[in-house]
Design a protein. Structure first.
Lengths: 216, 216, 216, 216
DNA sequence: GATGAATGAGTGTTCATTCAT
DNA sequence: AATGAATGAACACTCATTCAT
């Protein structure tokens, strides 16, 4: 079992190298095989095609993170909190609302992303041309569902029905930005420690933005 | 004169179609020519190569916008304004500081981008593989130079020398986010009117984020 | 008349450049036209095709030199000289036989070649692929006709009929070598003066070779 | 084993045909494949590129012959032979000097060339445009190194320092001519037997030329 | 005399993929 | 489990040449 999977491992690690350097489209299966020291036939024994090979590198972490987002971000909000928006300030906002929890979730996600840094780097920045090329859009949608609810509550709306086009637009942007923060972190921080250090400002920025939008 | 440039125009518009659908790398010159109803040789009469064809679609608007950014964003700040940071609030910040001007510039840029929507769509989202593939990074740098100065002033620093790694990181992020806002607008709004409507919230979000970071 | 031929001249001189750099086959008419600052159509007004353009550069000097070779080298020998071969030595050979005259002819050719250096350079070293690609073979044949006769005389043969296969082979080689000397001179000497200086040794070499062959 | 390499062999032999007919540059890989009855992809399985295909035809014989030339021609001369140049005649020169040995080497080379006739034909007359295009210049250099030393000895010079520009020129020419003899032989003789028959005169010619130059 | 436009066949090369063994 | 061989379509690009104007 050790022996038989060695080829697969070689393939996988030289695939990481090639995809990272050239991106999905420009990556060459030939090169991957040459680098791994096997023939193309071997690759096709382990993987269905180029997309499947790329998928083998990113699919598991992707599923896990979607679960994490799904479980936490999309969970129903307890909207009977009786908030008085006038007393919201940047410093107490976190305790009064779900944002504090969100940030804990975010940190969990960051930690998970860094535990699978290579995979997410591939997924978030090198997937153009593969079946994952619009994966971040998909993740935005997940987050957006959550932030919509939060927005409705904070705005004091009765239901999502009251959201204007402008409301929806800004919520979509904030959700997009949330995902972008993850991408930025994973592509600009060398390790979790560094990431956590930078996250403070990022969180401040986001919450500040949120509140400004709410109070507009 | 109408007649003689018809081929070039056909080529250009079928290039727009192909690049938009497949992105630079996967776009096929053969397809572009076939769609335009000419042979590949004709294409090479008008354009030097694939990169030049793409460039013909985006280069002029790009140069103009870089000038706009260069002229306004990178201009030296008048830092002798004697600001009292304690009295800064989201509502008066704009008048006290350069941000108000920035937003006017931003609106000018948005208008210009929409006057050349197709070009910027290509440039900002379909250029991977072309010589323009890191153009948004370049634009981030231009903006970053400006925001660095603004940040130093608002933080009350004596000079850029006092900026910590964390300061630099967040300024880079904000600059990146600024460019991302433009991209988001151009890819999500159907026209300038729509864009200007959405910009209000975007601006609020950004200024809110800025101030939150400054006051952290 | 001055004006109208200017384009032709530009074309011609940029053709020289291109053919010299890349040789006939790899030379590009496009480049030639671009360098001359005219369009391809203009080229086709003055010249029939690529071969004709190349021909315009070399054809006249070529014809003249073939005449020179024809007139002098192929002229009938006066074979009634009553030579006593036993008294031939490298030093008196020239006066007793036609070789002295040959060398004068050769020098005349060298002078002519240098007066048209560019043309002959093209013709002798860059013509592969054109209709002139075996021109030196042709010139060898002209010279060979002459040297055959000379050989027959020097060998004391009654007629060409007595020449063996080996005789013919070496005469062909010597003729080939004669042409090669011209080529070597034109490609390795910067001017006529230099050429004449080097010719002394070349002539000594050739005559020495000749006699050695004759006396074998 | 017979079967599996059949495609490669077909490719190789139709490559020989195409290169021989058209020369390197004008040869078409497509034609070669068509003639061999395979697709272009197959060619690229066996060979890296056009140059490599050509190289597969000529590289091994080339390396071997360079070794032969290197070993024998470039070997240091025993210059302490105390030659009396005044007694040199075409008939004893060979025994007194290194020329006799040289000719044996030359004959060995001729035999080797004929054992690989096709390869050398390609290499010496059809390589223009390939990476071997100046291979005969290179071989001239190897031979020239040797002949320079021989020349110095025969001229009675103390060292190479005494060689004039004219000396160098004629030595270069003789070296060039030596290589040209090989080329001439391989392109004009149908087999080794024929070649050896013709070599006698060629050798006489060359030695005669040498001595004439030395005694000038 | 010369342009600008266009052709169409050609170039070497690379690709993901297949499959008998 | 993996190889070696091969496919066939695609790629960007270059060529000499033509021709209406």
């Amino acid at each position: 079992m050790d022996n038989e999977k060695e080829t697969r491992k070689k393939l996988l690690s030289s695939a990481i190298k090639e995809f990272s350097e050239k991106g999905y489209t420009k990556a060459s299966l030939r090169n991957i095989c040459k680098e791994a020291g096997v023939t193309t036939g071997a690759l096709y024994f382990f993987f269905e095609d180029k997309d499947d090979l790329f998928g083998s590198l990113v699919d598991e972490p992707l599923k896990r993170i979607e679960e994490m987002i799904g479980e936490h971000f999309s969970a129903e909000l307890d909207i009977s909190k009786g908030l008085d928006l006038s007393e919201l300030t940047p410093t107490n906002i976190a305790s009064k609302m779900g944002l504090q929890d969100d940030m804990e979730v975010a940190n969990g996600i960051i930690r998970f992303i860094f535990a699978n840094k290579t995979a997410f780097d591939l997924l978030l920045t090198r997937a153009q041309g593969s079946r994952y090329e619009s994966i971040s859009d998909h993740m935005v949608e997940l987050v957006e569902a959550h932030y919509s609810k939060l927005y409705v509550v904070m705005k004091g709306y009765q239901s999502k029905r009251e959201m204007t086009k402008e409301d929806k637009f800004i919520v979509h942007w904030i959700s997009h930005d949330q995902i972008d923060i993850f991408i930025h972190i994973v592509t600009h921080c060398k390790d979790v420690k560094d990431a956590e250090k930078q996250m403070k400002n990022m969180i401040a920025y986001m919450i500040g933005g949120w509140l400004a939008v709410i109070n507009t």
